[in-house]
Design a protein around this ligand. Structure first.
Ligand code: RB5
Length: 144
C-alpha cells in the first residue's frame, strides 16, 4: 500500500518508529516531514499529508502530533479525507469498519510505541464493513 506519513516535532519520535514498522510490513512510505524535534507548526505537515490523500496520490495517510487533536482538525478540512484520531485499538478498528477512515491520527505524547504499532497494524488490516455505513459516509460527503 502507498502510505504518506507526517508529524510535527511532538510526533517526530513516534513517526520515526512507525515508519520503520510500515517499511517492515512491506508498504511504500513517503515521509512528508518534519524531520527533527525542532519546533514546527503542525498545520504545515497536516496539510501536506491530507492534500496528498485527498488527491488520491496515496491510499492512506498517517499523522502524528502531540495530542493528535491539531492534526485531526486540519486533516478533516480536506474534501475526501476521513481522518480518525485513534489512541486505542477499539477506535482504530471501528474507524475502519464503520467510517472507512483513510487517514490515521495519533497523539505521540499520549501513547507508547508498542500500542501505537498495534494501532497501526489494526488500522491497516481492518476492512470497511460497507452497507449502512456506506450510506452514512455518502451523507457526510454531501456536507462539504
Ligand atoms: C505542540 O506543542 C502541540 O501543540 C501539537 O503537537 C499538537 O498536540 C496540537 O494539537
Amino acid at each position: 500500500m502507498k502510505i504518506i506519513i507526517g508529524c510535527d516535532h511532538a510526533g517526530f519520535p513516534l513517526k520515526t518508529q512507525i515508519k520503520v514498522l510500515l517499511e517492515n510490513m512491506g508498504h511504500t512510505v513517503e515521509d512528508a516531514g518534519c524531520l527533527s524535534e525542532d519546533s514546527v507548526d503542525y498545520p504545515v505537515y497536516g496539510k501536506a499529508v491530507a492534500t496528498a490523500v485527498a488527491k488520491g496520490n496515496f491510499a492512506r495517510g498517517i499523522l502524528i502530533c502531540g495530542s493528535g487533536l491539531g492534526m485531526s482538525m486540519i486533516a478533516n478540512r480536506f474534501t475526501g479525507v476521513r481522518a480518525a484520531l485513534c489512541n486505542d485499538l477499539f477506535s482504530a478498528a471501528l474507524s475502519r469498519r464503520h467510517n472507512d477512515a483513510n487517514l490515521l491520527v495519533m497523539g505521540g505524547r499520549l501513547i507508547g510505541g508498542d500500542l501505537a504499532e498495534e494501532i497501526v497494524r489494526t488500522w491497516l488490516t481492518t476492512e470497511f464493513d460497507g452497507g449502512r455505513h456506506q450510506r452514512r459516509i455518502a451523507q457526510m460527503d454531501e456536507i462539504q
